[in-house]
Structure formats: C-alpha cells, structure tokens
Design a protein around this ligand. Structure first.
Ligand code: MLT
Length: 233
C-alpha cells in the first residue's frame, strides 16, 4: 500500500527521503492558499524565491512582486500575501514572483522529490484525486512558522490523510498525530484553526477574512506543480 508521511516543519525535512516520492507543500495561512487561488484565477505562473532581493530583480523583468514578512506586505512589492489580491482582474495572464516567511521557503526546501505540488483546503478534492491516481508515496511538507510546527498546516495534513485513507497508509508518528488531530476536530476546523498563533498574529493586523477564505474546502480544481522553478496549473 502507498504511504503518506507528514513533515511538520521544514527544519525536519532532512529526516524524510524524498526520492521516488511526491511532496505536497502546505501553508494554509496563507502562501499555498494564495498560489492555488491565483492559478485558479488565470495567473500564468508563480515563481517561489527565497530572498526579497530576488523578487525585486524579477520585478524588473516583468514579474509582479508578491509576499510578506511576519504577515505584512513587503515594502515596494505589488502584492502582499492575501488570497483576495490573487482574485483581482489585473493578475490574469501575469507571472508572479513570491517570497514569504515560510511557504515559499518550504517549496524550495522540497527539492529531491520526484514532483512538488501545492496543497490547501481550497483544492483538497482535486489534490486527493491527483494523488490517488499516481503510484508514488507522499510527503506532506508543512511550512509551519519559522521552524516550528503550526496548527493549521497539521490539521490540513490530517484532512488529506483522511481523504486518502482507503489507498494510503500513514507512515510515522507525525502522520498519526496529524490524522488524530483532524479526526478529533473535523467538525470545528475553522474554530480550532482560528486559535493558532499565526491566526492570532494576522487577526492583530485586521486580516480575519483571509483566514475564513483559506479554510474553504475544495473551492478550486487546480493542482499547482513546480516545473522548471515555476508553479503552473
Ligand atoms: C508564510 O509563508 O509564512 C505565510 O504565508 C505568511 C502569511 O501569509 O502571513
């Protein structure tokens, strides 16, 4: 039976053998929710970069610059990291360079996998169908917060394990932990996720509506894939 593992934070990714596996990168609040929303809304591609300077350099060659540090928009960027900015008419057909505190870093730290794709509650159904039709084992790579695990990404990992339960078995205690967290709280996902430390941080900036949007389930049918350094639908 295929397996599904969970890496709770990028600081632990070295403990997972990614060769022959497909990595699902998750940053519910808010990077991967933005990426799914943008590509579902007609963005051409999204290039994840580590540094703000790289983003600005790409801005000079026509990319929209997007991202945040500490939850707040980077000065001089065209966009912050709200999924609502990715619903704007002006982004259709454009390319975006994104640099965020955790999400874009986790994508870059997933190298070595056979494939790197993007997960969020917004594309849960399409993501599940995509994974089940592949023969590969899965590693769910949670972006966490600055090297520590977070609640919302772990809840999502548990939800994905639950969706794939008939054809994939959880491998390792992090996967069992994530699944049990989801099973125990699946009727109150939003309520629990809104208690997370990053949710509190974003609420202190008056960014509540982003949080509820990021918890909407299976709103989009795209499964973004990293191809030659760019995420495409
Ligand atoms: C991140 O990458 O750390 C998050 O997406 C941050 C955010 O959007 O607030």
């Amino acid at each position: 039976m295929k397996t599904i593992e969970v890496c709770l934070t990028p600081d632990l990714i070295h403990q997972h053998d990614l060769s022959g596996k497909i990595v699902v990168v998750v940053d519910i609040f808010r990077a991967t929710s933005c990426i799914v929303t943008g590509l579902a809304n007609g963005l051409e591609a999204i290039r994840p970069v580590a540094e703000i300077a790289e983003c600005k350099a790409l801005g000079k060659s026509g990319y929209l610059m997007a991202g945040e540090r500490g939850g707040q928009k980077v000065e001089g960027f065209d966009m912050g990291n709200s999924p609502f900015e990715y619903l704007e008419e002006g982004v259709k057909g454009k390319k975006v360079a994104i640099s965020t505190t955790n999400g874009s870093q986790a994508i870059l730290k997933s190298e070595g996998a056979d494939a790197i794709i993007i997960g969020s509650f917004l594309n849960l159904e399409a993501l599940t169908a995509y994974l089940l039709q592949l023969p590969l084992g899965v590693v769910v790579h949670c972006a966490g917060w600055k090297g520590t695990p977070n609640l919302e990404d772990t809840l999502f990992a548990g939800a994905l394990i639950d969706e794939c339960a008939e054809e994939m078995e959880p491998l390792g205690d992090s996967a069992l932990l994530a699944h049990q967290l989801f099973v125990a709280n699946h009727e109150n996902l939003l309520g629990l996720a809104l208690q997370s430390s990053h949710a509190e941080r974003l609420k202190s900036f008056g960014i509540e509506e982003d949080l509820e949007f990021c918890l909407e389930e299976s709103k989009y049918q795209v499964v973004p894939k990293l191809i030659d350094g760019e995420l495409v639908a």
